[in-house]
Design a protein around this ligand. Sequence first.
Ligand code: IMP
Ligand code: MG
Length: 481
Amino acid sequence: MSQERKDNYYLALRQIARVANSNLSLRRILNSTARSAARAVGVSGCRICLLDAQKEYLINVGVHGLSDFYLKKAPLDARKSIPEVLEGKVVCVTDVSQDKRVIHPQTAKTAGISSIMAAPLMEKGEVVGEIRLYTHEPHQFSAADKNFLLTVANMSAVLLERDELHRLLEKGYKLPGEQTTPPQLPTTARRPTEFVHPSEEEFARLLDFYRIEWLYEPRSFPLRWENGSIAEMCTPDFYLPALDLYIELTTLKQNLVTEKNRKIRRLKELYPEINIKLLNKADFLRLLAKYGYGSLGEAKVPNIERILFTHSQIQRRVKTLARKISRDYAGKHLTLVGVLKGVVCFMTDLMQHLSIPVTVDFMGISYYGIGEDQVVKITKDLDESITGRDVLMVEDIVDTGMTLNYVLRHLQSHDPASLRVCTLLDKRVRRLVDVPLDYVGFEIPDEFIVGYGLDYKGEFRNLPFIGTFHPQPKKERISPK
Ligand code: IMP
Ligand code: MG
């Protein structure tokens, strides 16, 4: 190895260590690490990526010298793109157009990439991510380049581990010997993402709270081509791998929303297999309002705009549901489980009309935006074991489905003999997480509602009817019949 090359490696490692010890953000430290590594080897680009929780996708955490176009192609599928790296190997691809291990050779070519070298990021013997170097011209990487890249990979892994440890300590995690278990942080919490819009950050926090894995702007979809090159693209804000769902937030002005709608329609035409949902401003504010802030949260004088279901309509429907449940569980003993507090009215009415033997139990969970919790938690668990029992989960309303999804996973872990769901209200149009519903009282439109147990900031649960809630007072108040 030439002296000049040795000097380059040495200077790069010195620079990486210096920046690592600065007070820059993790994202900037890793971008700088990628730059130093690329320059030392004399290549054009470098990226440092982490594996997501499912160990399927590689998420960029540090990047240097790669075009936006290349970075926003389909999310990098770790098991398809140069998969040997997941076995802990350093892999060199001398010509991307000739190598089957490169999943988007055309995109790589368009972005001017010829050769790639990839090394694993290891934490305690396990692969947690990768570092990749890219060249414009075909390049033969040397053994010394490989060793250097492995060294940078090890340093990056230590930096990521240090960052995670800091976060845990900030959250009150005690070091070993102090008998505290670390809080279970979602993997997304360690991902340094910079959001374009504050509403996106709020949405990411909401997903983190319900432990739903997300990727931010992982992929761009070409929509229009001119003279063989891409003239228009659409980059949805979020991808939720577990639900295989893209989400585009449009909290912008109405004229821009029309443009976005057009793009999404085009995307659906060109990529029919892609599952994408548009959350417009009203949807998004309602989602936040549910947790007591957003535009409804600014309401000075609350009011009921319209009665959706009167007391007698509710009673009739509850009786019908109870008859069906009693028939389905004839000869069995049923355990009803409800999550406090919204379900109280429905639960008490429903159980009085059941003709089979039942026991009733309640759980409490923390809700997003209330208190300091980072992730959803059980604040009151079941009093009795449900193992081997026939369980019916009773809900007041299923909206996005995130709460029910979490609770069902918890109940399922206790091995009940059977587990079904009964909900009085189903706001199906707003569903994000698909949850199975066995008994449904009413399907309702996308409106914020209160009454019969449902609240707005803790109030209105005592109304004997279900009504739509509106911030502006109406001239004449509607009263229940
Ligand atoms: P999800 O997790 O989005 O399905 O929300 C479920 C919970 O949100 C319910 O149990 C309710 O407590 C609350 N919720 C959803 N929609 C409304 C509403 O329109 N009014 C009042 N509370 C609601
Ligand atoms: Mg509820």
